[in-house]
Design a protein around this ligand. Sequence first.
Ligand code: 13P
Ligand code: SF4
Length: 305
Amino acid sequence: MTVYELQQKILEQKKEKDICILAHSYQAREICEVADFVGDSYALSVKAANVAQKTVIMCGVRFMAETVKVLSPDKRVILANPDAGCPMAEQMDKELISAMREANPDYAVVAYINTTTELKTVCDVCVTSSSAVKIVNAMPEKNIIFIPDINLGTYVSEQCPDKNIKLVHGGCPTHARMTEAHALEAKAAHPDALLLVHPECRDEVVKHADYIGSTSGIMDFAKASDAKEFIIGTENSIVEHLQYDCPDKKFYPLSKDLVCHNMKLGTLPELLLCVNGEFGEEILIDEDTRLKAKSCIDKMIEYGG
Ligand code: 13P
Ligand code: SF4
């Protein structure tokens, strides 16, 4: 079957079966084209709480599907590719965070949404890359432990100087691979281009950026900018999406190694199988865990607006 034929079948079947397809913006172009909604982690979370259809298929990584189930427990939530995990989400466990809480009783624990549902049960507030600064500033607590991304945490600390933020050593293996040398080389190769980076990149990369933001933030900035050339410091699918969306502008990857292999696992033929109930994994979360994790995500939406 061609890409077009597969897409037509998926569109037909999802309508007939009352299915909503959510896709993170790191997904392949052909998957985004058949999704009901494409966005960054924050926008997907807000959308997840308000889906009308009975079944939701998440084209993204596991924590994103878990967030949908936590917010919409009555929906059937399917992770399109069961092997798609986020390595950062699994870097810490409940025991470690509980021990940190005991050692720091006057600190609130802020969890990046790239964490497991289990881990969220022992945290106070969730944030995403697009909402972290706003949420941390809006929190009444001054003392904060920020988990698990040391790079996003460093960026938030710099943007929230009134807060006392303790960081832990975790992060995204894809973004953390980028070094200052990548930033300098890309800028030398494209001297007229603006550098747009995700805050999961190291501080040594972020300090050279003209814009720092989430996946959607980077796309919105590039679309609205008068500049004509951009170096993109996040997963390379964003380079491709922007090339489609802005054919009059030029986009270059910060590095060809900026690839999230987990996000790349999903394919269109598999998505058709998912829509037909022959592939994917249904996300199930026990009610006690769900409610504890929900409080953390609810606070994110309350503070994030
Ligand atoms: P966004 O919050 O920008 O969607 O980022 C999620 C993510 O996993 C980035 O690597
Ligand atoms: Fe996780 Fe990094 Fe992939 Fe984002 S890019 S899903 S943080 S591994």
